[in-house]
Design a protein around this ligand. Structure first.
Ligand code: ARG
Length: 476
């Protein structure tokens, strides 16, 4: 007989290279704490249901408690020959408390066990990431407040389009991240459901109390279908997706940090803590961290596509392919949890060159729409106004001037509707102030959205606290 825990029907051993390929211990050992917590809940339930005798349950529970402490301290002595974390824990338990340890797996399969461990890991990590995402979102809004009147070029096609308040620009990112935090919390709700009791696939012959286990682990409910319970990895895909989209948003911000801190733009100055030098060129100050965060999206998209591809076409119920869910998931969370704290610091220490941004706006043609609106408000059809202003822009460009440098006579030659109040309309401060649409860039509107944003953040922080409370393990 093979010496594996499942060795009964085998005469020979697994080939050495096959065993290495088969083993998930190198990466699933980080689930150790969750695995033991799940086992504690399972053992308590077995005792409560009189499936285990009290004496046996006591031995198992105290053995598991010792292992839990060791797992928390990172001192479990794990062996790759035992394939995965689940069989390592069972072996360690049996080594400590003797054969009674073999009763723990009653009514359970590694299929529902690993699914449970993954749910517990995912739900905790989602909440951790959501907290950091809110920190970055708020950090951006606060950085906007530092320069309340600053105006920066607003771009479309990376061409100067219309000026906007710096606060407005940063709040655009804050709102993206707020949606990310919402998405993470929604993913949390779907992940906090227990698959335990599904057994290998069909349920168990023992009178298990699945809801007791879910409750003890702070989970909101149980899977209604045992086949679905062991084969579902939607919650893993959703977690990776929520992380990926969040990082996509962060990469867009980082791209602007890179661009705006270049000498061509010169709007932003990175703190030395978030820039690096060149080994050759003494003058360099490179935005490496922003670039790296931008670059890490590649990994996350890879993680997401890797898992989706693994899941595609898988028949019910558990298949070993599902072991491939772990590395992409861990990678996605590890990446976000490394990136987000750096961003909090980077954003907090960022400096805006207010003058430089103001000059860029003062010297461009991003007030041209307002000139067309000036004529439109005086009765001219917008399309005609657009054409007239286009010609004025062309003339100014030709003469190396800005619109405000053209004499009134030039404007009046283009349309008699012009008078000298047009010059006021060309001032970037006026341009910004005129955009009073709800959600527009006028200071009052930006102030209003700033307040809305803060309310939404407070709401989400409260939801996060509630979720953390719910997701507390209650093992006596
Ligand atoms: N290491 C496995 C995984 O990560 C655990 C489940 C194994 N189940 C099985 N029937 N081989 O998916």
């Amino acid at each position: 007989m093979s010496d594996k825990l499942w060795g009964g029907r085998f005469q020979g051993e697994l080939a050495a290279d096959a065993a290495r390929l088969n083993a998930s211990l190198p990466f699933d050992q980080r689930l150790a704490v969750y695995d033991i917590l799940g086992s504690l809940a399972h053992a308590q339930m077995l005792a409560k249901q009189h499936i285990l005798q009290d004496r046996d349950a006591q031995a198992i529970l105290s053995g598991l408690q010792v292992l839990l402490e060791e797992a928390r301290a990172g001192t479990l002595s794990l062996r790759e020959e035992d394939e995965d974390i689940h069989m390592n824990v069972e072996r360690l338990l049996t080594q400590r408390i003797g054969e009674v340890g073999g009763r723990l797996h009653t009514g359970r399969s590694r299929n529902d066990q690993v699914a449970l461990d993954m749910h517990l890991y995912v739900r905790d990590q989602l909440l951790a990431v959501a907290g950091w995402v809110l920190d970055v979102a708020e950090g951006l809004a606060m950085k906007g407040d530092v320069y309340p009147d600053a105006i920066v070029p607003g771009y479309t096609h990376l061409q100067h389009a219309q000026p906007v308040l710096w606060r407005h620009h940063l709040l655009a990112y804050s709102w993206m991240l707020l949606r990310d935090a919402q998405r993470l919390l929604e993913a949390f709700a779907r992940s906090n459901v227990s698959p335990l009791g599904a057994g290998a696939l069909a349920g168990s012959t023992f009178p298990l109390d699945r809801r007791f286990v879910a409750d003890a682990l702070g989970m909101d409910g149980i899977y209604p279908n045992s086949l679905d319970a062991v084969s579902d990895r939607d919650f893993v895909v959703e977690a990776i997706f929520a992380n990926t989209l969040c990082l996509v948003h962060l990469s867009r911000f980082c791209e602007e940090v890179v661009l705006w801190s270049s000498s061509e733009f010169g709007f932003l100055e990175l703190d030395d803590a978030y820039a690096t030098g060149s080994s050759m060129m003494p003058q360099k100050k490179n935005p490496d961290l922003a670039e790296l965060i931008r670059g890490k999206v590649g990994r996350l998209c890879g993680d997401l596509v890797a898992l989706l591809t693994t899941l595609k076409g898988l028949p019910l119920a558990y298949n070993k392919d599902l072991q491939e869910d772990k590395e992409p998931l861990f990678d996605a969370f590890d990446t976000l949890l490394a990136v987000l704290p750096v961003l909090v610091g980077m954003v907090g220490s960022l400096q805006l060159n207010v003058e430089r941004a103001a000059t860029a706006v003062a010297n461009d043609f991003s007030n041209a729409t307002d000139l067309a609106d000036f004529l439109t408000q005086r009765g001219m059809p917008f399309r005609q106004a657009h054409a007239i202003v286009g010609q004025l822009v062309q003339r100014a460009l030709h003469e190396g001037k800005r619109l405000r440098d053209l004499p009134l006579s030039a404007f009046q030659a283009a349309s008699p509707l012009f008078d000298d109040t047009l010059y006021e309309w060309l001032d970037p401060v006026h341009v910004v102030a005129q955009r009073q649409t709800e959600g527009g860039t006028a200071p009052q509107q930006v102030e209003r959205q700033r307040v809305q944003f803060q309310e939404q953040v407070a709401l989400l922080r409260q939801q996060l606290t509630d979720a953390r409370q719910r997701a507390t393990v209650k093992i006596s």
